[in-house]
Write a protein that binds this ligand. Structure first.
Ligand code: SF4
Length: 442
């Protein structure tokens, strides 16, 4: 947990000797709190003070990396309970469980489908992250399926087994891909710890309650194993939310390092709708990794969309580049629509223009990422701004007519805009959904 300047000051020698380059210990403490200087600048810190200050500078939820290369997954490093306090840093990983008792052809088909779960939404790429291989049969089969998965996907992998020999064999062929081993529990912890020390890969730890989990992570830490992910096992949703929330709270508010790791949740539901609903709940409430079985694209897209929304920085609206966008085979007679550069607004308008099959220009005005009404209320979507954009993007050179279509919600701008721009302003529909019929009847 980050310390305030005054908390840090209490740990300093308070001699104001100036050797750190600051006039007083208090000034040094304030800079330390802002992370503007290093604690090494003060040569008189006690061992205890140094340990506390070093611990406070670590993220409360440890960053854990799985996989390698472009598809490496980073989870953890979270610093707040609520996204509006700052932002959530690393989107939770979404993975799919494949059991090793399935025939190879079925596993390959599943992997092919999983590899295709890539989407684009409001200009961002949305990808799934993990394949988890669950041992159901013999160790030899587990290793075979791990090999099959490694050869058929570049996604990060999870090895799900409590058999240390099976894990060792699987790790011999997969450790370079930095898989997550799932899972150590109070009965197998010593054996699994020796495998993890040998292969140096991240480990999931499972226990039904947070106290036991905390004791297990302390035991692993003292054995030098610190790349951990935590799970409290199968439970009703309300209990699970309680665990996820309490673990985050303990790490952030109580500085409890033994619970300062990303949490993993396995959702095991036969009904894919129930599975999607439950997974969505955990995306919203602090899961670092979610493993599901459903590989249908509707389910993945809905979870990835929710994840995108939760993990977007609330202080920075998604924006697109303000410019003149030609949509379809435009000519100098194509209509010109005016909108803002808020991604969601632009892509909604774009989708409807494309659906209309009427080639059109869209002028995206720089409103600092605000939507139409917000930008209008904040005076970022004004006749002056729109006229400036028309000049900057040379709209009058692109078309031979003089007409502009503005969103119905800002019809009030039309008179002033006509005067300033010298264009004829047509008020379009209030909702983008009205654009196809509006454009066809223009
Ligand atoms: S070097 Fe340490 S003791 Fe001296 S002024 Fe700076 S913080 Fe205080």
């Amino acid at each position: 947990m980050a310390l305030s300047g005054l908390d840090i000051y209490k740990l300093l020698p308070k001699t104001n000797c100036r050797e750190c380059g600051f006039a007083t210990c208090l000034a040094f403490a304030m800079q330390l709190a802002k992370k503007a200087v290093s604690i090494d600048k003060c040569p008189y810190l006690t061992k205890e003070a140094k340990a506390i200050l070093e611990a406070s500078s670590l993220p409360p939820v440890k960053l854990i990396s799985l996989g390698t290369g472009e598809l490496k997954l980073d989870v953890g490093n979270e610093t707040v309970m609520f996204r509006h306090e700052e932002k959530f840093h690393n989107p939770c990983g979404i993975g799919f469980i494949i059991e090793d008792n399935l025939p190879d052809t079925e596993i390959k088909e599943k992997l092919e489908k999983i590899n295709k779960l890539k989407f684009e939404r409001v200009g961002q790429k949305l990808d799934v992250n993990l394949v988890a291989i669950k041992q159901k049969g013999e160790s030899k089969r587990f290793a075979e399926v791990v090999k099959l998965v490694l050869n058929n996907t570049a996604l990060a992998i999870v090895l799900m087994s409590d058999n240390t020999e099976a894990l060792r064999d699987a790790l011999k062929i997969s450790s370079e891909r930095k898989p997550l081993v799932y899972a150590a529990n109070k009965d197998n912890i010593a054996k699994i710890a020796s495998v993890i020390k040998e292969f140096k890969v991240p480990l999931a730890v499972i226990a039904a309650d947070l106290e036991t989990l905390s004791n297990l992570t302390k035991e692993l830490n003292s054995a030098g194993i610190t790349d951990l992910v935590l799970d409290t096992g199968p439970k009703p949703i309300s209990d699970k939310i309680w665990d996820l929330t309490q673990a985050r709270k303990q790490a952030l508010k109580k500085n409890n390092r033994s619970l300062g790791y990303p949490m993993l949740v396995v959702v095991d539901k036969k009904d894919p709708f129930e599975e999607a609903q439950e997974a969505a709940t955990y995306i919203s409430k602090y899961a670092g990794i979610i493993l599901i079985k459903g590989i249908e694209s509707w389910e993945a897209l809905s979870l990835l969309t929710l994840r995108q929304n939760i993990y977007t920085d609330p202080q920075k609206p998604l924006q697109i580049e303000p410019k003149l966008y030609p949509i379809g085979q435009v000519t100098d007679k194509s209509p010109v629509l005016i909108t803002t550069n808020f991604s969601l607004t632009y892509f909604t308008v774009l989708g409807e223009v494309e659906a209309s099959k009427v080639p059109s220009y869209i002028v995206s005005v720089d409103t600092e990422g605000m939507s139409v009404l917000t930008a209008w209320a904040a005076e970022k979507f004004t006749p002056e701004k729109i006229t400036e954009s028309l000049d900057k993007f040379q709209v009058k050179k692109a078309v031979s007519h003089n007409n502009l279509i503005i969103p119905g919600y800002v019809a009030v701008l039309s008179g002033d805009l006509e005067e300033r721009s010298g264009c004829k302003v047509v008020v379009g529909p209030k909702e983008a959904a009205g654009l196809p019929s509006f454009l066809k009847n223009l």
